[in-house]
Ligand binder design. Structure first.
Ligand SMILES: *Cc1c(COP(=O)(O)O)cnc(C)c1O
Length: 364
């Protein structure tokens, strides 16, 4: 591919080497070493949040927060997400209950949550999809009223702020993914950010086999620890995150300039009071001279990658067909968007010339 849909940000080679060099002396490569501690502290600062618990990836962080809160029964969630969100719920032995999304920003529609609540509902797991913030106030009100936990899959929302408050502050806990393809990464990695100190302590124990001290285990934990090399990459990338997001904005703004106002092309509007991270550039083709799949093919002919993100919906997956809650037709807004949406290439360093080239192909 000449231009791929994404490209990982990297620190300067020597910056990373300098960061990992001390590990050759310490020989302390994982199990909460110096880099792990430093990365955690820096993220607490960045998120303005009391606790950050690092994980080896974002998906396991989701599974561990579900079990740390001892959630049972059903979790109300969105099907317009990456497989991980739904899989985490199911793999913990719970049933995902799929709620439709809003037409304007593709996040879970809070006005459709209450009708899905049953005596078995234990939580709401919403996704700040494409870095668009969920309606946190309404979700919070519903959760309070029905005594439900709120967990945000904030995998797309690193660096996003709403009314000046970092995305990590909302809900009982938020999961961030630091996968190589995300706005911010530690190669693989992720975390739970939470102001709930009790659950943070449980997560720290559970991710290391449930061990306290050297031998005894207080829970049947697994192994989901982040190692020192991941943490070192995270520390390096965090130094440059503001600049990287600024570069993404340049490419994003060029797309908006070229594609907004074109008949049949819908660009989701910016959210009021939200400082965005320009993580993705989703475009909905609705009544354009080419449909979504034709645009993908056309771009592929020019060696340019674009992604049907998200298609199919997770409630259409083969592995969930047996669930009573399955079926894309039950979430019609999400169903329609999934058929029409395309995410165009967007990463730090994608030049304005390249954006122009992509837009020329689509528009001509
Ligand atoms: C990337 C992603 C995850 C999973 O994160 P990993 O770090 O890759 O395990 C979960 N949810 C969403 C919405 C994602 O985009």
């Amino acid at each position: 591919m000449k231009i791929n849909v994404t490209r990982s940000s990297m620190p300067d080679f020597n910056e990373y080497i300098e960061e990992i060099a001390p590990l050759w002396d310490s020989r302390f490569l994982t199990n909460g070493g110096v880099k792990h501690k430093e990365f955690e502290n820096r993220l607490c600062g960045y998120f303005s949040c009391d606790n950050v618990v690092l994980f080896t990836n974002g998906h396991l962080a989701l599974e561990y927060i579900i079990s740390a809160y001892r959630l049972k029964g059903e979790i109300i969630t969105t099907p317009f997400t990456f497989a991980s969100t739904t899989h985490a719920i199911y793999r913990c032995g719970l049933t995902p209950v799929f709620c439709d999304i809003k037409k304007d920003d593709y996040t879970i529609d809070p006005d459709k949550i209450e009708e899905l609540i049953t005596p078995d509902t234990s939580a709401i797991m919403a996704v700040h999809v494409y870095g668009k913030m969920c309606d946190t106030e309404k979700i919070n009100k519903i959760a309070k009223k029905h005594n439900l936990k709120v967990i945000y899959d904030a995998a797309h929302a690193f660096g996003v702020k709403k009314d000046g408050i970092p995305s990590a502050a909302y809900g009982d806990a938020s999961m961030f993914s630091f996968h190589a393809t995300k706005v911010f990464h530690s190669i693989e990695g992720g975390c739970i950010a939470t102001n709930d100190g009790e659950v943070a302590e449980k997560l720290n124990t559970a991710k290391n086999f449930g061990q306290i001290g050297n031998a005894d285990c207080i829970v049947a934990g697994g192994n989901a620890k982040m190692n020192e090399f991941q943490a070192a990459m995270g520390i390096c990338n965090l130094r440059h995150i503001d600049k990287e997001i600024e570069k993404r904005k340049t490419a994003h703004d060029k797309y908006v300039e070229r594609l907004s106002g074109v008949e049949g092309i819908i660009i989701p509007a910016e959210q009021k009071g939200v400082e965005h991270n320009y993580s993705y550039f989703p475009v909905v083709f609705d009544g354009y001279k080419l449909n979504r799949d034709e645009v993908i093919e056309l771009l592929a002919k020019h060696d340019i990658g674009a992604r049907r993100y998200f298609y199919p919906l997770t409630n259409e997956f083969e592995c969930y067909r047996h669930l009573p809650t399955a079926g894309g037709e039950k979430t019609p807004v999400a169903y329609e968007i999934s058929r029409k949406v395309l995410t165009l290439p967007l990463y730090a360093g994608l030049s304005e010339d390249e954006v122009n080239e992509i837009c020329d192909i689509i528009l001509k």
